[in-house]
Design a binder for this molecule. Structure first.
Ligand SMILES: [Ca+2]
Ligand SMILES: [Ca+2]
Length: 224
């Protein structure tokens, strides 16, 4: 790797290390995903009843752990969420890592969110584990998700931010080549991607029914 590329990467790591060094204590966040996949917004591009966000899988963690990487392969835990909306494998892995103190501080599962609705989980972060990763399936869909990964709750001064937020777009988890809104329970519609593809924004696929538009929003609100 050339030094031109290496230098900014090292600088970013140095900054993260610096803000963690100045940090003290812990904080609690509400992690809110708002589902905008209503027929009012997307019309006949989506089923007339709208689309759901499956129960969130959310984790606070250190930079030693990464649960989801865009341009990387979905783990079996992420694949289960993307294909079925069930987050049991993801939450079990995260709980195991938490119990073993392997770079996980907190784990939370959500209740799911219908079209136009929110779902909220609470996550504790601390100085060693200031990153939040959270994801949910767009359901029904072949393997489409909304996600935030490795979001740093610390600012440059080592203070926990009061609020973070942004837009959610659809990502293709790269495990199923289907393009229709078919129920996850009917595996006969599955078209497994062989070989597995990288997780990527769905707008890179010309058949994206959302036309690259935002499908929701996320907000982290510090409550303690
Ligand atoms: Ca599928
Ligand atoms: Ca796919």
């Amino acid at each position: 790797m050339s030094s031109i590329i290496l230098f900014p990467i090292l600088a970013i790591y140095a900054l993260i290390g610096q803000s963690q060094a100045m940090c003290s204590g812990e904080a609690v966040y509400q992690v809110i995903f708002n589902n905008m996949l209503t027929p009012q917004t997307f019309g006949s591009k989506i089923p007339e009843t709208g689309l759901n966000f499956s129960p969130l899988a959310a984790v606070s963690h250190s930079n030693r752990q990464s649960f989801l990487t865009v341009r990387g392969f979905a783990s079996p835990q992420v694949e289960q969420i993307a294909e079925t909306g069930m987050n049991g494998r993801f939450l079990a892995l995260a709980e195991n890592l938490k119990g073993a103190e392997q770079g996980v501080r907190d784990v939370a599962g959500g209740m799911g969110a219908g079209p136009g609705m929110n779902q909220t989980v609470e996550l504790t972060v601390n100085c060693e584990n200031p990153f939040i990763t959270a994801l949910s399936m767009i359901a029904p869909s072949p393997d489409w998700i909304v996600q935030v990964n490795n979001m740093n709750t610390l600012d440059m001064n080592g203070e926990f931010r009061q609020r973070l937020g942004g837009n959610l777009i659809a990502y293709d988890a790269g495990t199923d080549d289907g393009g229709d809104f078919t129920a996850a329970s009917d595996a006969s519609f599955d078209m497994p991607s062989e070989p597995q593809k990288n997780i990527a924004p769905l707008f890179e696929d010309e058949t994206d029914p959302f036309d690259g538009r935002m499908v929701g929003t996320y907000v982290f609100v510090r409550i303690m």
